[in-house]
Write a protein that binds this ligand. Structure first.
Ligand code: ATP
Ligand code: MG
Length: 205
């Protein structure tokens, strides 16, 4: 089973992924956790380029770099884990590209889709949890983080960009309601986890 977490920066994806990981482990599932971009040597190197503030990157170059990191991750980690019948938990996947590069950077959505299908070879999550949090709330969470870091290149994109990204996620959800689960992220983390667990119980049967 392949599960991904989506949402704008600071929405609580990694927190919820960690809680679900523990829940699944306690039920005896073998789990592989990956983050995007990253999780392989090559993809972590591409992540450094993408998040660095040292240089600007044109939107199409950004799309192709994210896609290159993803395809390497799919081929070397995600697909093999799924073939071993392990559960893959992914911190961001292909919907991030549709939301950020498609809606956020306003690239042609057909070109983004083409890149996405090339990068995934049809390997898609069966469930995607979208942690929906307004921009201001996500900003606050990142500021009050125990060890705040300087905003990275993507995080510097500003309010209008993140509003478009959020609208993008909602458009994806509308187009794929079977896979996409919208979770209200402005709740206590345990409440959000309980909602996610309820969905998982339904799907696992
Ligand atoms: N439900 C919640 N309520 C309040 N704060 C939260 C909640 N969930 C997570 N946080 C806090 O908000 C911050 C961001 O959470 P987290 O790192 O999980 O988000 P993220 O979506 O993974 O962020 P990024 O996109 O930067 O990786 C952390 O400091 C975390 O402890
Ligand atoms: Mg995170």
């Amino acid at each position: 089973m392949f599960i991904s977490f989506e949402g704008i920066d600071g929405s609580g994806k990694s927190t919820q992924l960690g809680l679900l990981r523990t829940w699944l482990e306690q039920r005896g599932y073998r789990i592989v956790t990956v983050r995007e971009p990253g999780a392989t040597h090559l993809s972590e190197s591409i992540r450094e380029i993408l998040l660095s503030n040292k240089q600007s990157i044109t939107p199409t170059a950004e799309l192709l770099l994210f896609s290159a990191a993803r395809t390497h991750l799919v081929e070397t980690v995600i697909r093999p884990a799924l073939e071993r019948s392990e559960v893959v938990l992914c911190d961001r996947f292909v919907d991030s590209t549709t939301a950020y590069q498609g809606y956020g950077r306003q690239l042609d959505l057909r070109e983004v889709d083409l890149c996405n299908s090339l990068a995934t070879h049809g390997v898609m999550p069966s469930v995607t949890f979208f942690i929906d949090v307004p921009y201001e709330e996500a900003q606050l969470r990142m500021q009050f983080h125990a060890s705040p870091t300087e905003p990275d290149r993507m995080e510097r994109s500003g309010r209008d960009f993140f509003e478009r990204v959020r609208d993008g996620y909602l458009a994806i959800a509308e187009g794929d309601p079977q896979r996409f689960v919208i979770v209200n992220g402005v709740q206590d983390r345990d409440r959000i986890h309980a909602e996610i667990v309820a969905h998982m119980e339904e799907r696992l049967g």
